[in-house]
Design a protein around this ligand. Structure first.
Ligand code: MLT
Length: 412
């Protein structure tokens, strides 16, 4: 007799971005003439850089030849192509961080790894997350049976430790005060746009080492850091290789949201209560070789191109474009009297809702009055209530128009 994984009953009925999609669709059906501008999900709009496209075309043509197919057309290493892993490791060395290619495992994107990584840890491990934060960490924790029950009054899971990120602490979390074995950190943060500086990260690394916990560091937005003093990788912090896993993505920095490519670094030095150095790297390898057959060969060739100097220069132009959008949004919202955060070293603008409106009420107001889709802050966690997020990943013209509509059409 088969039964379902009852942990799914412990989840909100739909994933945040699916819910937004559903409400937007319903609005569009009821208002077919409205020109809706979507600044909700952080989905990229700029086409792939030409250097990357050329590399993919070339790779596709080679796949149609015996030699090319033999070289990279069939099942590849589950861990990723050796030259791509080397190129990723070399990227870290530009920041003075020594990562061995064998510690880098290529994947089909950060989201999969951020969830799947839990499978190498004990079932009784407790999880800490920032509040608010990217909702996938929490949903995965619940699905894996590590969340405990949902306390309806507080909107919090009983076994999860929520690290509050609010204006009063500059959206910088404090280290967990109770048992947290796996600590998710996202910096630059989705959704607040806050970036943890070196001394803030050092506290987490010290804490993780002293409690034998493991940090799962989501660095998917590191390309948006403009301040040279801010760390782009947790491995810029001494001791982090002993206690942190880093997950990275080509999605936002190179436009691979549809192409899909990312990587995870599991250092050989990483240890935890019952794992000597090397063991966790081995387990992640074991997990990936069982559940995953490697990222698409075309995507990996594209990733390789993205990491060359030409690729990096062209990707930077796209990042600059999105950063300009962020400035347009931030300045525009502030001119309407809304208080904003983030948007400087991150592609998201986090803002207070006006007149203490709830996040979902403001979502509806923005959609109805300005025909603009944002993301309600409460969807990222209880401390996101009273905030909303706008994404810098839209088209510049749409972003300008959205800001103009917010200024002229929104009654606040
Ligand atoms: C977001 O909007 O928070 C992200 O685009 C979602 C994602 O990366 O999966």
């Amino acid at each position: 007799m088969a039964t379902i994984n009852a942990n799914y009953d412990n989840l909100a009925p739909s994933y945040l971005f699916s819910e937004i999609g559903k409400r937007t669709k319903a609005f569009c059906s009821a208002n077919p003439k409205a020109k809706v501008i979507k600044l909700g999900i952080g989905d990229t709009t700029q086409p792939l850089p030409p250097f990357i496209v050329d590399a993919m075309v070339d790779a596709a043509k080679r796949l149609g030849t015996i030699e090319g197919y033999k070289a990279f057309g069939h099942y590849g290493d589950e861990q990723g192509m050796t030259n791509l892993r080397n190129a990723i490791a070399a990227k870290y060395s530009e920041r003075g961080v020594q990562i061995d290619a064998s510690e880098v495992l290529v994947s089909d994107g950060a989201k999969s790894d951020l969830g799947n990584i839990q499978s190498i840890f004990g079932e009784d491990n407790n999880v800490a997350i920032q509040d608010p934060v990217y909702p996938a960490y929490l949903d995965v924790t619940a699905i894996n049976g590590r969340s405990g029950e949902l306390d309806k009054a507080s909107g919090k899971y009983k076994r999860v430790f929520y690290m509050k990120c609010v204006p009063e602490n500059n959206f910088s979390p404090e280290v967990p005060k109770s048992k947290a074995d796996l600590i998710y950190l996202c910096s630059p943060n989705n959704p607040t746009g806050a970036v943890m500086n070196k001394s803030q990260l050092e506290k987490f690394v010290e804490h993780a080492q002293s409690t034998k916990s493991v940090i799962i560091f989501d660095a998917a937005y590191s390309a948006f850091i403009t301040d040279k003093n801010l760390p782009r990788s947790i491995y810029e912090i001494n001791g982090a290789k002993k206690c942190a896993i880093e997950v990275q993505s080509f999605s936002k920095s190179a436009g691979f949201t549809g192409l899909r490519l990312g990587w995870t670094v599991v250092p050989k030095d990483l240890e935890c209560e019952n794992a000597v150095p090397g063991r966790l790297n081995q387990l992640w390898n074991r997990r990936q070789t069982t559940f995953f057959n490697g990222a698409s060969n075309i995507a990996q060739m594209a990733g390789l191109a993205a990491l060359t100097p030409e690729g990096q220069a062209q990707c930077q132009q796209i990042v600059d474009y999105y950063q300009t959008n962020c400035q347009i949004i931030k300045k525009g919202l502030e001119r309407t009297g809304l208080r904003t955060f983030g948007g400087e070293n991150a592609p998201y603008i986090w803002a207070r809702t006006p007149n203490n409106m709830s996040s979902w009420d403001f979502f509806d107001k923005l959609l109805n009055e300005a025909n603009v889709v944002g993301t309600p802050g409460s969807g990222f966690g209880p401390s996101g209530e009273g905030f909303f997020r706008l994404s810098g990943f839209g088209f510049k013209e749409d972003t300008e128009e959205a800001v103009d509509r917010i200024k002229t059409r929104l009654h606040i």
